[in-house]
Design a protein around this ligand. Structure first.
Ligand code: IMP
Length: 186
């Protein structure tokens, strides 16, 4: 079985990557650690910078992930500020910003940065469109999961099992791209 190192402080992300890769017989090793994330202009800048910092302390191959939610009515905010916004105004703050707003469209993005043994960096992106609920629903998952309902679903991410979320989520789609790259280069 092949194994891949995932550098992250987030157990939930690790669980989703582990589940997403298991069908391909790839095991994910969780290198659990925090690392500095710059406030870049976009996810790619954040990812490239994170990899640049980690390369001096961790020998490739490994991968990292940066994600965020974009709310259409808020001009795609919070996007790269999703983590800060979650820690500060939180779900309640986002719901307040959308009080009485009809357009609740939002897009979740997952950007994976993989650096291979030759120090080549590859970026994979997944996105899932959906809507922000009127109030939080569900107890599973993490972060914005209780207020995000993906398109064609009636459940929030937090009302789904990992397996269900992994059929439609932004992360499932970046995993799919990553997997097709890995299987194509074998
Ligand atoms: P980061 O990628 O760790 O910087 O995450 C950005 C923010 O988005 C954090 O507040 C996460 O909790 C949140 N987030 C990332 N992925 C997901 C997800 O799949 N569901 C819900 N929230 C998420």
């Amino acid at each position: 079985m092949k194994s891949l190192i995932f550098v992250s402080s987030n157990d939930h992300k690790y669980n989703e990557f582990r589940d997403g890769f298991k069908t391909h017989n790839i095991s994910i090793i969780h290198m659990k650690r925090e690392y500095p994330e710059i406030q870049g202009r976009n996810h790619n800048e954040v990812i490239i910078n994170s990899i640049g910092g980690l390369i001096s302390v961790i020998e490739p191959p490994f991968f990292v992930e940066d994600s965020g939610i974009e709310v259409q009515y808020l001009e795609n905010f919070p996007s790269i500020y999703s983590s800060y916004v979650f820690k500060t105004i939180g779900l309640k703050g986002i719901l307040n910003l959308l009080k009485d707003v009809e357009n609740r469209s939002a897009t979740f993005k997952s950007i994976v940065g993989y650096v291979d043994e030759n120090y080549t960096i590859k970026i994979f992106e997944g996105k899932t469109e959906g809507e922000i609920t009127l109030s939080p629903r569900g107890t599973g998952g993490f972060g914005y999961d209780p207020i995000f309902v993906p398109k064609d679903s009636t459940h929030t991410y937090a009302e789904m099992t990992i397996e269900q979320k992994n059929r439609i989520s932004h992360r499932a789609k970046s995993i799919k791209q990553f997997l097709s790259y890995l299987t194509g280069t074998e």
